[in-house]
Design a protein around this ligand. Structure first.
Ligand SMILES: [Zn+2]
Length: 278
């Protein structure tokens, strides 16, 4: 990401916010401008004509300078589309929290699912966005405002942002919890955006615990016990029991097979009753 720096920092001259200037992925800028040109209606004919005229001028130049000239042209038209202005306005709304960011980068997302904001432990803020999400611009602004509430959460110590809580989970469980957590967090941000209030905000660890209670492995039964018929997360097979417990159970339940699932509670009950009769 470092190589993007210097090439594509865009900050409106009027802007005096204390947040680092935004570094845009040049490929995202190019793709956004091309999309805008392709989608332009007759109302934009002057806009398109001036873009095409400048493009032709560049083709008349010597080849060695063209790449830089194309990039500069795209940057100017990207500003004319108004994206950097919207980004700066949205950042300014959250300046109190986001001034703590060490850098702000906007890169291309490959899918809608990939879109969103990340804040690294060293305070780098990375927004992932598809070029098609820049239009309509007011929709882009609404999504960005919600994402920046979440970014601001990350810079607020009382929120307790701790994505490492997910680190030691099983992959399938981790994905389930991550998806639920990001949905819960986004709707909390949306709620705060609508009401303008921060009241009742759940901390990151609180949301994590809620999602895990609903969807974590503890909440998902591993199987149904053949003896008590209750679902349990702690299931073992009859073949894994000690020979004494296995024999006692088979005497009591002749249909029990070696691969029958048995819950730990039933296993312990049998062990206890065995100990009593011995
Ligand atoms: Zn049982």
């Amino acid at each position: 990401m470092k190589e993007l720096k210097g090439k594509s920092e865009i900050r409106n001259s009027k802007s005096e916010i204390q947040i680092p200037p935004v570094t845009y992925d040049p490929a995202l800028i190019e793709s956004a401008v091309r999309r805008r040109v392709d989608a332009a209606s007759d109302n934009d004919s002057a806009w398109i004509a001036s873009y095409r005229a400048e493009l032709d001028d560049i083709y008349d130049q010597p080849e060695y300078g063209r790449e830089a000239a194309f990039a500069a042209l795209d940057r100017r038209f990207f500003q004319r589309i108004g994206i950097p202005t919207v980004v700066d306005e949205c950042l300014a709304e959250r300046e109190a929290s986001l001034a703590a960011a060490s850098s702000v980068t906007i890169i291309a997302a490959r899918s809608r699912a990939e879109e969103g904001v990340d804040v690294t432990r060293d305070g780098r803020m990375v927004l992932r966005c598809r070029p098609e999400s820049f239009a309509p611009v007011e929709e882009f602004r609404a999504n960005l405002r919600r994402e920046l509430i979440q970014a601001a959460d990350c810079f607020d110590p009382s929120f307790g942002h701790a994505p490492e809580l997910l680190d030691n989970m099983m992959p399938s469980e981790k994905e389930r919890i991550r998806a639920a957590l990001s949905g819960m967090w986004a709707s909390s941000a949306e709620g705060r955006l609508q009401t303008g209030e921060a009241g009742g905000r759940r901390t990151f660890p609180e949301m994590f615990d809620l999602c895990r209670a609903q969807l974590g492995s503890q909440a998902v039964a591993a199987g149904i016990c053949d003896l008590c018929r209750f679902p349990s997360e702690d299931i073992i097979q009859v073949s894994e029991l000690s020979p004494g417990v296995r024999a006692a159970l088979k005497a009591e339940f002749p249909d029990l097979r070696d691969d029958s699932p048995v819950c730990v509670r039933c296993k312990e009950r049998t062990e206890t009753s065995q100990g009593e009769t011995r």
